[in-house]
Write a protein that binds this ligand. Structure first.
Ligand SMILES: [Fe+2]
Length: 309
């Protein structure tokens, strides 16, 4: 009776080529048909990014969530201020299409989770009193690493004019749960069972829109290495390498061609049973990061709602 995870998101973009170049450099695998491109993680079976050429500025079209018991969910959507709507033109009519109380569009689908990709060598750290790596370099020469390899889309963070109302909606209507939040400015929601600390997050803004989409990589090294490479390739803003307090993940954010953000992450907290987890309300000093470089000036600017560019 609930959302189980995030499966993808779709953007309307003015320039398909710019989007393809960005996500290709990020390590995703494209498939282009006419005015539409889908992109998957290497080895993934279901595309996690859809780009549709339309309009003059980027707009979040919808977020796709993996869920079960959709019929029961439809009744709860109406009871909590959302609407079940028709499938938009050009998109699958399967599952449930929902407009939330702020007009953000979600596609809920019964979909098997992506297979877990094979793991590489364990990330081994020599710690005080605990030597686990002997006569062995942790690092290979910098030019010898393969291209970045995102393992999965882990979470999507959305702008909303009312963070707590958005949390109420996804907890009551979608059966999700609040993991943690920082005041009413940012909140992180998980599935109730066997979930990354957050699969859907909300950040306060004058309107709806995409703040960032986050992809898991193998380990903190790949976060730093892939983040630096994508920042160099994209040529816009970036923020990282750092570590969040909320969720504990290492991060590196890179600005996409339209001002939103792409995140590589590693080592996020995991909640096996939300009934055994106590959400924390953090102060604003922990809303962004535990440590990291200075935050870019437009990190929480909603280009979709507030303009600019
Ligand atoms: Fe994130």
């Amino acid at each position: 009776m609930a959302v189980l995870g995030v499966a993808g998101f779709a953007l309307e973009v003015p320039n398909l080529d710019a989007g393809l170049a960005f996500y290709r450099a990020a390590g995703l695998v494209p498939d282009v048909v006419g005015d539409r491109a889908t992109l998957s993680c290497p080895g993934g079976q279901t595309p996690c990014v859809t780009l549709v050429r339309a309009g003059t500025r980027m707009r979040l079209h919808h977020v796709t969530l993996r869920a079960d018991a959709l019929t029961e969910m439809a009744a709860r959507v109406h009871a909590h201020g959302g609407k079940v709507v028709d499938a938009p033109a050009g998109f699958d009519a399967n599952g449930l299409w929902v407009s939330d109380p702020h007009g953000a569009l979600f596609h809920l689908v019964e979909l098997a989770p992506e297979p877990v990709p094979p793991t590489g060598p364990r990330f081994a750290i020599n710690a005080p009193g605990e030597i686990v790596r002997v006569r062995q370099s942790a690092m290979a020469p910098s030019g010898s690493y393969p291209p970045p390899r995102p393992r999965k889309l882990g979470h999507v963070a959305l702008f909303t004019p009312d963070v707590l109302a958005s949390v109420d909606f996804v907890t009551e209507a979608f059966g999700m749960a609040l993991a943690d939040r920082a005041q009413d400015v940012v909140a992180f929601c998980c599935a109730r069972r066997s979930s990354d600390h957050h699969v859907l997050a909300f950040a306060k803004s004058p309107g709806i829109g995409l703040h960032h989409a986050s992809f898991q990589v193998a380990d903190p090294d790949e976060v730093g290495r892939a983040g630096q490479a994508l920042a160099n390739a994209a040529g816009r803003g970036h923020w990282g390498f750092g570590r969040h307090t909320i969720g504990s993940n290492f991060f590196h954010y890179i600005q996409d061609p339209w001002g939103s953000w792409f995140e590589y992450y590693s080592d996020m907290d995991f909640i096996d049973d939300h009934a055994l987890w106590t959400p924390t309300v953090y102060g604003m000093e922990d809303a962004m990061a535990n440590w990291g470089p200075p935050v870019p000036a437009d990190f929480v600017h909603n280009y979709q709602a507030e303009g600019g560019q």
